[in-house]
Design a protein around this ligand. Structure first.
Ligand code: PSU
Ligand code: MN
Length: 301
């Protein structure tokens, strides 16, 4: 089913104006109410302030949508019955007339179907720690290997195994670009201790890479890693170790694992992880808008 576009998103796409896709699992499962709905509105405003049209993507009563009205955003944040849909869950969600927050993998597919090449999120899913026994690897990484959307994120959280995540992306032929840094960032911190493949210092260059990558027919997405602003960066090694150990002790796995870890971290840090999360998503929305503006100019010219 093709996503239903809001009037604003449809008009922008028809006029080839820049649009930025935004995901919605971050609203439904990544942050607590009411900060989740506030953040959803804040990042839409950030995209607009930088010259692009926001297209938040979700499934509402079984209908995939790109561009949500304020009541839909509110519902995603408030309603406990909203499910988490990865790409493999979309068809079942349509059939059940479910309301679902879409993960990075599901949002990539719907953005591609809508014709939106640039997408902003907080962090992508990755290879979980202990994946050598649990096999827990996010569908986000597999989707990056087969859908052409460029995903702007703040790197990968150290709740995950970052070296294995980067290895998986290499195997999947996904370019990893870091913005304004040599290092691959780790969500709350500006570096993971690992290098990104490519550094670029301007949104225009990143747009050019996206343009070339798509023209090659590479068929894979791109991961654009934008470090958290220095004034918001925090180190949470001990806190993350506690949350990961608790999840293991309580037998939490599968699609519940990432939401559990995020919620526990927010509790353990008394909200500090949430403030950092909000700051980095906003920073990603801004960069994605700048890239979308540059890409629209490039493809028009
Ligand atoms: N990481 C975050 N916040 C999030 C997510 C990941 O810091 O909200 C969400 C995203 O929607 C991502 C999903 O696509 O979790 C990955 O879930 P899983 O690990 O179950 O594939
Ligand atoms: Mn998983």
């Amino acid at each position: 089913m093709l996503p239903v576009l809001s009037d604003e998103v449809r008009d922008a796409l028809a006029a080839r104006r820049p649009v930025v896709a935004l995901e919605s699992t971050i609203i439904s499962h990544g942050m607590p109410w009411p900060q989740n709905a506030e953040t959803a509105r804040l990042i839409e405003a950030e995209v607009r302030a930088h010259g692009a049209t926001p297209a938040t993507i979700a499934v509402i009563d079984g209908i995939p949508r790109a561009g949500l009205d304020p009541a839909m955003l509110e519902r995603l944040g408030r309603d406990r019955g909203v499910v988490k849909a990865s790409s493999r869950d979309l068809a079942a969600a349509f059939t059940r007339r479910a309301t679902a927050g879409t993960t990075v993998s599901a949002t990539m597919i719907l953005a591609e179907l809508a014709g939106i090449p640039v997408f902003a999120t907080g962090g992508v899913g990755g290879v979980h720690r202990g994946a050598e026994t649990s096999f827990d690897i996010s569908a986000d990484l597999v989707e990056l290997g087969r859908t052409g959307t460029a995903v702007v994120c703040a790197g990968v959280k150290s709740i995950l195994d970052i070296p294995k995540t980067l290895e998986f992306l290499e195997t999947q032929r996904v370019p990893v670009l870091a913005y304004g840094t040599d290092d691959f960032p780790a969500f709350y911190s500006r570096t993971s201790g690992l290098k990104a493949d490519h550094r670029f210092d301007t949104p225009a260059e990143i747009a050019e890479v996206i343009h070339h990558h798509r023209a090659l027919g590479a068929g894979t997405g791109l991961l654009i890693a934008n470090p958290i602003p220095a004034e918001h960066a925090i180190e949470l090694h001990a806190e993350i170790a506690v949350a990961v150990a608790e999840a293991a002790a309580r037998g939490i796995g599968g699609k519940a694992l990432t939401p559990f870890l995020l919620a526990r971290l927010n509790e353990i840090t008394a909200g500090r992880s949430l403030s950092a999360n909000i700051a980095l998503v906003r920073n990603n929305a801004r960069l994605a808008a700048q890239i979308a503006v540059a890409l629209a100019a490039l493809t028009a010219g």
